[in-house]
Design a protein around this ligand. Sequence first.
Ligand SMILES: NC(=O)c1ccc[n+]([C@@H]2O[C@H](COP(=O)([O-])OP(=O)(O)OC[C@H]3O[C@@H](n4cnc5c(N)ncnc54)[C@H](OP(=O)(O)O)[C@@H]3O)[C@@H](O)[C@H]2O)c1
Length: 335
Amino acid sequence: MSSINRQVRLAARPSGRPQAADWEFTEEAVPEPGPGQFVVAVSHLSVDPAMRGWMNAGASYIPPVELGAVMRAGAVGRVTASEHPGFAVGDHVYGVFGVQEYASSDGRGVMKLDTSLAGPTTYLGVLGPTGLTAYFGMLDTGRVKAGDTVVVSGAAGAVGSVAGQIARIKDCRVIGIAGGPDKCRAVVEEFGFDAAIDYQAGNVRKALREHTPKGVDVYFDNVGGEILDDVLTRLALHARVVICGAVSQYNEAAVRGPANYMMLLVARASMTGMLVFDYEERYPEALAELAGWLRDGKLVAREHVVHGSVHDFPETLLMLFDGANTGKLVLALAG
Ligand SMILES: NC(=O)c1ccc[n+]([C@@H]2O[C@H](COP(=O)([O-])OP(=O)(O)OC[C@H]3O[C@@H](n4cnc5c(N)ncnc54)[C@H](OP(=O)(O)O)[C@@H]3O)[C@@H](O)[C@H]2O)c1
């Protein structure tokens, strides 16, 4: 075990795409647990589009990361020292441990992991915040029912790939929108969607008309921007638009709003934002169902694992905005 804890801190608030100068690399001694605390050696960091929002000042659903603070990140790891009665050395855990090699914790918000069920990276993906977002977004906000036509953007990504698979499990017809032929192939062949639309190939509206002849009952939106406007033109009566995220806008100073929002009136449709943290009390029921689907082979879990050190975090984050990941993006720390 190392005695040094390498960390990545937020040095400046980015304008546009995060730059190297927005980060600072620091080193501290590995913490010792105080009474009621334990220390975790982080093995895998979750790399999420939401991190870009946490770097901004201003009101959001969670306070911004303070300048000079260790960058916030969900992570999994193993307990290396403990003065906490509920956590023993060797336990595998998930928590918001930050972009650093070691974190101390009092156990709040920390989950113990059953690694006999799935590997640690799956607890950042299908059996973690990703899967929970897809689950509640599709079933609670989207209220999908058998026979619905469902469109998912960011369909080859972490949340989108799971969201579409859940709609398929619920006997919906599911169309994914993703960037490039390889991703579209994965959406259909690996994740089992009925069809995929490559938005980089051009006319999304035309492709939507072909694939959704009866209109769209549920649109699960991960990307916002122009694609949201395109799908709004196809809403079926009483459609539900789930605003899960808007990754196309996260580096923009002026966010593009939906020009076609009057289609909500025409279709008597709803557009609703969802936040996974609102469902904390229902995580156990959702995780049990997700784990069952995974065990029964109804759900495919794909993780895109980058191997490196915490110093590779800034570059790994940018992969999300370049569309370089398929499935859940994870930074595995060489231990
Ligand atoms: N509401 C919640 O509680 C909650 C929780 C977790 C995540 N989210 C949101 O869910 C969305 C997906 O997150 P994730 O972790 O699953 O990320 P992800 O989809 O695995 O990765 C981001 C993907 O976005 C696509 N993308 C990037 N720039 C784009 C652009 N300009 N236009 C269209 N697509 C673009 C890229 O795929 P392509 O190659 O296909 O472009 C990229 O791979 C994000 O908006 C995130 O903020 C919300």
